[in-house]
Design a protein. Structure first.
Length: 94
């Protein structure tokens, strides 16, 4: 699907398993996030970025910036943060 993305090596540590659509979105976000500078926050829907926050002194400001830029598109998007090769994500419901 995406070069360098191998779903079989992903470790899901939550009770809820990601759907195939979520996996595609996460793979896209992972690739997009690795090209963003420090404290990278990327909001995606499907395979489109809807908000990006970067280069802020702290992650909270980066999230705020990404959500502000996304506006209404932030609802039901996937938030991905990259730091030291770890990827964290959560679904934004409100």
């Amino acid at each position: 699907m995406y070069p360098g993305v191998d779903f079989s090596k992903w470790k899901v540590v939550t009770k809820k398993q990601p759907t195939e659509e979520m996996k595609k979105s996460l793979a896209f976000a992972w690739i997009a996030t690795k090209h963003v500078k420090s404290n990278a926050i990327v909001l995606v829907q499907g395979t489109a970025t809807v908000g990006v926050g970067t280069g802020q002194p702290n992650r909270v400001d980066s999230v705020w910036l990404a959500a502000k830029r996304a506006g209404e598109r932030a609802k039901n998007s996937i938030l991905v943060r990259m730091q030291h090769a770890f990827i964290l994500y959560r679904m934004i419901s409100n």
